[in-house]
Ligand binder design. Structure first.
Ligand code: 2AL
Length: 259
């Protein structure tokens, strides 16, 4: 049994349930999806500050479950992705990175359809960061706040669909990447109406996690993704100080050591 920990770094459990349903629909029979919501943090993640603060709730969920076979960070900003990779040898997938790479296997170009305009700017930085400029035609905002995606209805469906149509028409893109974890529930609606692949990062990340784990691949511990260096952290973050235990023939910090 492969166990994938799906962590929603915002505190909306309705959104977690929607993405868990989408993840379980695509998961292989031998895969268990353990979906959790951050216990502390922002209600939704729509800016740099939300993202920075959300990483603590994300790390808390990883430390509470250090033995998952893979982790998925289910927010399109991929908050804390590299920090999370430092903490474990298990593969850690961010849904933006997973979705963009998946798009490039299916089309030579894609456009991202996301939520607010400020989020659009953050996604554009991710495109550059992931070296996806050659494939990403455009990132498009819908002006939908993340929490309006919690319970998708006709209005939300139509707004996202209309933006996807504009992407096809104006960007001439070969695929659509959905730019929010809360859009996982819209995939069926959109796929039925659009002539191109529609990629949701949650399901893409789950299938890539299965492939990496199934292929025996682990996160590199050489260089910057090595375990965090043990040192003192002070003040209210003292409990997050990386600690060390003897294990597997080397000094290996425990991601759930200090509480
Ligand atoms: C997100 C997301 O996926 N979850 C959240 O709270 N904010 N990202 C986004 N691009 O709006």
């Amino acid at each position: 049994m492969m166990r994938i920990k799906l962590i929603n770094p915002n505190t909306s459990s309705a959104m977690t349930e929607a993405m868990a349903r989408a993840a379980r629909e695509v998961a292989s029979p031998g895969t268990r999806i353990d979906a959790v919501t951050a216990a502390s943090g922002p209600a939704s993640i729509e800016g740099h500050y939300d993202e920075a603060i959300s990483v603590i709730g994300l790390i808390d969920q990883m430390r509470a479950d250090p033995d998952a076979d893979a982790y998925v960070i289910a927010c399109f900003g991929d908050p804390g992705l590299l920090a999370a990779r430092e903490l474990t040898e298990a593969p850690v997938l961010g849904i933006a990175e997973a979705a963009m790479h998946t798009a490039t296997f299916l089309a030579t170009s894609f456009s991202v359809v996301t939520t607010l305009d400020r989020t659009r700017i953050i996604s554009e930085a991710l495109v550059r960061n992931y070296g996806m400029q050659a494939a990403c035609r455009r990132v498009r905002a819908t002006d939908l706040p993340v929490l309006e995606l919690e319970e998708p209805g006709d209005r939300v469906n139509e707004i996202v669909f209309a933006e996807c149509l504009r992407a096809l028409d104006q960007d001439r893109c070969g695929a659509i990447v959905l730019g929010c974890a809360g859009m996982a529930g819209l995939v069926d609606y959109l796929r039925a109406r659009l002539p191109v692949p529609v990629i949701d990062g949650v399901t893409a990340a789950v299938k890539i996690a299965e492939a990496l784990v199934g292929g025996g691949l682990r996160t590199s511990k050489h260089g910057d993704l090595a375990y965090p260096l043990p040192k003192a952290y002070s003040g209210s973050l003292a409990a997050y100080a990386p600690s060390v235990r003897e294990g597997l023939g080397e000094q290996r910090p425990e991601i759930h050591a200090a509480r």
